[in-house]
Write a protein that binds this ligand. Structure first.
Ligand code: NDP
Ligand code: 2IT
Length: 446
């Protein structure tokens, strides 16, 4: 390890103990940025790297609510307001039992650079709760969301901090939270994104992260004169990002052969076509069932407790959660011929999996670039809310495609090595950093 990276990380770990995911995210960025900062001393003198690793504000609160049995339950709520140099804090809310401060700080840290890459004026934030929506009734989810927003509403606003969805937070939860915000503040504003179409939402926002990850893979392949047509893909997860990744991939002539959830993964070598995908959407978004049922329904293999990386594929779209591809998984993927990884999830690859990709010189699009389509269309939802004028599907999709192309180009501009290999990790980290860093310098020591 570069000794300067070692010294920097020792301070980060001492100051933020017991936050391994935060250390991991900062370490990856520091590896890219420290050599760049050495060559550009204005960033060093202004201590920009040290400043972006410290949240501007952390909000932590009690969320009491009453379950269907009439019992009091207590969860913990968080909002990390990480950086507002280039716009209001912006980023999702995650409801999952594993949520803690370190996980949300890693997500907020990544979000700052991701949002900068989108070219839109958005700062970075993230929040959520250790509440587990699984197995809860709609009424329980509503009471939880109302209690969560009763506290959160005093900290957010359309020009201050604009949350959205992430794991465990979709249209249903955004609706309950929006209703409570509006009731308390007596204001109908674009304070959340991912809203329903009838009440301020944007067309294509549900699709945007998955579509964007596919557009990004297509851009990477284009640099090799290739495309997704005819490619076989392994996709993990079966939630929002996974579903629309499969949809766009199929539209572009590729074939998705896997999906997963926390129970295990399915392998359907015939491909998850539009009809099967519609069935999955009903299973996951309406019936809220397990992916195992797909194997029973369509007569394919189910691997209990296993991730999907052992199957033969050309492209992988990790779309479930962090650290879901280990070094061994990465080696198997590459041995089986996988040459493209486009990360729909945030930080799905462990650091030594990333090392395997970079050594093998495959096309590797890290999450903060490849999954930025979601927050980008959230930014477009904010624009439409400000204008009080919705755009058509074609308009939003075309803007999304342009944004993904621009992000790809930024990665190439900042990440191309002397041997012409594009290191998208360096490209995304440095490309995202420069705009935020220059804005921070212009705004003084604040
Ligand atoms: P959803 O809640 O819609 O779906 C999450 C999926 O991942 C589910 O299939 C879930 O399975 C699975 N999953 C979640 N946690 C785990 C775990 N610990 N182990 C195994 N499987 C797990 O979330 P999204 O699709 O919105 O998010 C997926 C990823 O994409 C996350 O990393 C998120 O941060 C990232 N992302 C999301 C964006 C968005 O716009 N929604 C934007 C950019 C990134 P189960 O139901 O069994 O828990
Ligand atoms: O990780 C992410 O970029 C998101 N969950 C989406 C954030 C947003 O504000 O749309």
């Amino acid at each position: 390890m570069d000794p300067k990276v070692g010294q920097f990380m020792a301070k980060i770990k001492a100051k933020n103990p017991a936050e391994p995911e935060f250390h991991q995210a900062v370490h990856e960025v520091a590896e890219s940025l420290i050599p760049f900062i050495e060559e550009n001393p204005k960033y060093k003198h202004a201590k920009i790297l040290e400043r972006i690793a410290e949240p501007e504000r952390v909000i932590l609160f009690r969320v009491p609510w009453i379950n269907d049995k009439g019992e009091v339950e207590i969860n913990r709520g968080f909002r990390i307001e990480m950086n507002s140099a280039i716009g209001p804090y912006k980023g999702g809310l995650r409801f999952h039992p594993t949520v803690n401060l370190g996980i949300l700080k890693f997500l907020a840290f990544e979000q700052v650079l991701k949002n900068s890459l989108t070219t839109l004026p958005m700062g970075g934030g993230k929040g959520g709760s250790d509440f587990d929506p699984k197995g809860k009734s709609d009424n329980e989810v509503m009471r939880f969301c109302q209690s969560f927003m009763t506290e959160l509403c005093r900290h957010i606003g359309p020009n201050t901090d604009v949350p959205a969805g992430d794991i465990g937070v979709g249209g249903r939860e955004i609706g309950f939270m929006f209703g409570q915000y509006k009731r308390i503040k007596n204001e109908f504003t674009g304070v959340l994104t991912g809203k329903g179409l009838e009440w301020g939402g944007s067309l294509i926002r549900p699709e945007a992260t998955g579509y964007g990850a596919v557009y990004f893979a297509e851009e990477m392949l284009k640099t090799k004169g290739d495309s997704l047509k005819g490619k076989v893909a392994a996709v993990s997860g079966s939630g929002n990002v996974a579903q629309f990744t499969v949809q766009k991939l199929t539209e572009l002539g590729g074939k998705a052969v896997t999906l997963s959830d926390s129970g295990g993964s399915i392998y359907d070598p015939d491909g998850i076509d539009a009809e099967k995908l519609a069935w999955v959407m009903n299973l996951k978004n309406i019936r809220r069932g397990r992916i195992k049922e797909y194997a029973d329904q369509f007569g394919c293999e189910y691997f209990e407790g296993k991730r999907p990386w052992h199957v033969k594929c050309d492209v992988a779209f990790p779309s479930a959660t962090e650290n879901e591809i280990s070094k061994e998984d990465a080696e198997i993927l590459i041995k089986n011929g996988c040459g493209v990884i486009s990360e729909g999830a945030n930080m799905p690859s462990t650091p030594d999996a990333i090392e395997v990709y970079l050594e093998s010189k495959i096309l590797y699009g890290p999450g903060k670039a490849a999954n930025a389509g979601g927050v980008a269309v959230s930014g477009l939802e904010m624009t439409q809310n400000s204008m009080r004028l919705p755009w058509s599907r074609e308009e939003v999709d075309s803007r999304l495609q342009t944004i993904m192309k621009n992000i790809h180009q930024t990665c190439v501009d900042f990440g191309k090595e002397s041997n012409n290999y594009v290191n998208y990790v360096n490209g995304a980290n440095i490309g995202g950093f420069v705009k935020v860093a220059d804005a921070m310098i212009a705004q003084g020591v604040v």
